[in-house]
Design a protein around this ligand. Structure first.
Ligand SMILES: Cc1cc2nc3c(=O)[nH]c(=O)nc-3n(C[C@H](O)[C@H](O)[C@H](O)COP(=O)(O)OP(=O)(O)OC[C@H]3O[C@@H](n4cnc5c(N)ncnc54)[C@H](O)[C@@H]3O)c2cc1C
Length: 149
């Protein structure tokens, strides 16, 4: 789990801009402008001054991956198989690629032409993609949240 602290800033970009940054997931204090300013000072070298804040909050980004993409006749795909940060817009795309990989294998199996080996290949081919995507997205959140200004 990752936790982000942030504030919506007034006076720019159709009235709002968001300042967000990653904090320790164990840090559950209520956000204050002073705290966010100290985080901004620490991470931007004092270049960002929060003057008008509309909303202060923290939120968590969860990530999880099922250990197997096949449990008998059940083949998890999409968010039922893997969830991670939406940063980078990979969730739906990854899920569609799961479905693309799986659909023709299931279609053959339904017609009695799909082997066990072919059905097992769904896990072998798609499961490794999930941790790679999760790690890339988590790294992206850590790198870019303060750059949203
Ligand atoms: C803020 C945000 C921004 C995002 N931006 C992007 C992006 O830019 N690009 C991208 O690729 N992805 C993005 N994603 C991720 C993307 O939305 C998801 O990965 C995708 O929608 C998952 O699709 P899915 O079909 O696997 O699951 P879902 O969309 O969750 O669909 C599951 C469906 O099953 C239904 N359901 C649940 N339980 C049952 C039940 N027991 N019986 C019957 N039906 C049930 C639910 O109601 C739902 O309709 C974003 C996600 C978020 C939160």
């Amino acid at each position: 789990m990752r936790r982000l602290a942030g504030t919506a800033l007034s006076g720019s970009f159709n009235g709002e801009r968001f300042l967000m940054g990653e904090i320790a997931s164990s840090d559950d204090r209520e956000p204050t402008r002073e705290w966010l300013q100290s985080l901004a000072d620490e991470r931007t070298g004092g270049h960002v001054r929060i003057t008008g804040s509309l909303w202060l909050t923290t939120f968590d980004i969860h990530h999880a991956i099922v250990p197997r993409y096949r449990l008998g006749r059940v083949f998890p795909a999409g968010d039922s198989a893997h969830i991670h940060s939406p940063a980078g817009g990979q969730g739906m795309n990854t899920g569609m690629q799961d479905a693309y990989n799986l659909a023709w294998k299931l279609a053959l199996a339904v017609r009695g032409r799909g082997t066990e080996e072919l059905l097992e290949s769904y896990h072998a081919e798609r499961h490794p993609v999930a941790p790679a995507t999760r790690d890339q997205r988590s790294a992206q959140v850590a790198r870019t949240t303060w750059a949203e200004l």
